[in-house]
Design a binder for this molecule. Structure first.
Ligand code: RB5
Length: 142
């Protein structure tokens, strides 16, 4: 189950992610927002991140204007590794080396074609494990 979250700045892409995940036969759960009306990104980021923490969702795709605010909020949750990515290689590496369980995108920074390519790549790339396992364990501080 993929958790989806956005603020108003990422709403359009969040809506576009749904049919994309449908074509990939991946289930999703939408934690809002529901329109382009101005809202606060932490509200939606926290709700979706919590669902991943609780195991109700496996990973997430979070979108705001830049991908920055929504990833900062998500990363306050233990066990959440949200990567704000702007190019496909960053999305790929966030899986390979960082085992990112949230991909954060900025709708105001990247065109939809790039976002779609990044989402596909991120979803299909496995975690490499090995020495990276030790490093991601060291991210948690308490
Ligand atoms: C909203 O205007 C904007 O600040 C938000 O979408 C995001 O870019 C914050 O990091």
């Amino acid at each position: 189950m993929i958790a989806l979250a956005s603020d108003h700045g990422g709403f359009e892409y969040k809506e576009r992610v749904k049919p994309l995940l449908d074509t990939l036969n991946l289930a999703w759960k939408d934690f809002g927002t529901d329109s382009e009306e101005s809202v606060d990104y932490p509200d939606f980021s926290h709700a979706a991140a919590r669902a991943i923490q609780l195991g109700e969702c496996d990973r997430g795709i979070f979108i705001c204007g830049t991908g920055i605010g929504i990833s900062l909020a998500a990363n306050r949750h233990h066990g959440i590794r949200a990567a704000a990515c702007q190019i496909p290689e960053a999305a790929r590496m966030s899986r390979l080396h960082n085992d990112a369980n949230v991909l954060a995108l900025g709708q105001r920074l990247i065109d939809w074609e790039t976002a779609e390519a990044m989402i596909r790549l991120w979803l299909e790339t496995p975690f490499e494990g090995g020495r990276h396992e030790r490093r991601i364990r060291k991210i948690e501080i308490e």
